[in-house]
Design a protein around this ligand. Structure first.
Ligand code: ZN
Length: 217
């Protein structure tokens, strides 16, 4: 099964590996995404990113975005780095993995300016209510569901996961080198998703794989 968003290889059939990660660890079937995560913008260098992408025609851009988890006030440098990376993704026509903790509306508004020029977006860790989902669909956006779905207290997240259109869905671990031992495999997330949506797991798994392939195309 495809892990649609992780920072470390985990023995899945395909990983969409986003920086920060060890890109050299990627296996032939994996997809690698280069970019500066909003928490790690020290040394941000747009020209270096563009050069690495140009040298790797199959690489995407991610994980990039904005964040209000650590700072209530969005730092200007965070917004500028996000926009600069979106502009590069548009210039080189690469798919993008987005991060938008506690600011998905703002991340969407900025990303939507590049709709059509950026071929596809993955809204990773998206946990807002469903109001934004039709807008995300309009810009060829996908939404990856993570291990939070396995938490019986995640009532709102489960409701969201039930209502996202099937053709937009992916599953992710968001595992890092530090937490990979504790994070369940994406198959467990997919099994819970199938149960909640009342569909057979094999049919859902087939759709998830097709969606991952479309996102990466
Ligand atoms: Zn991540």
């Amino acid at each position: 099964m495809t892990d649609a968003h992780c920072h470390v290889r985990r023995g899945e059939s395909r990983h969409i590996l986003c920086e920060p990660c060890d890109v050299a660890s990627a296996a032939p079937g994996d997809a690698v995404f280069f970019g500066f995560h909003p928490w790690y913008l020290d040394g941000f260098d747009a020209d270096a990113l563009r050069s690495r992408l140009a040298a790797n025609p199959r690489a995407g851009v991610g994980e990039i975005g904005m964040d209000r988890l650590r700072d209530k006030v969005m730092p200007t440098a965070m917004r500028e780095a996000f926009e600069a990376q979106l502009a590069i993704a548009a210039e080189l026509s690469r798919p993008v993995v987005l991060h938008g903790a506690k600011c998905w509306g703002e991340v969407f508004r900025v990303a939507a300016k590049y709709a059509g020029r950026i071929p596809a977006f993955l809204f990773h860790g998206f946990s807002r209510s469903g109001g934004l989902v039709p807008d995300i669909a309009r810009i060829n956006g996908f939404i990856s569901i993570g291990p939070a779905l396995l938490n019986d207290h995640a009532v709102n997240y489960r409701e969201l996961a039930k209502t996202i259109p099937l053709e937009m869905l992916l599953v992710e671990s968001d595992a890092t080198a530090e937490n990979t031992a504790e994070v369940p495999p994406v198959a467990e997330v997919a099994a819970k998703l199938a149960e909640l949506r009342g569909v057979p797991l094999d049919a859902l798994a087939t759709a998830l794989e097709a969606n991952a392939t479309r996102f990466l195309r």
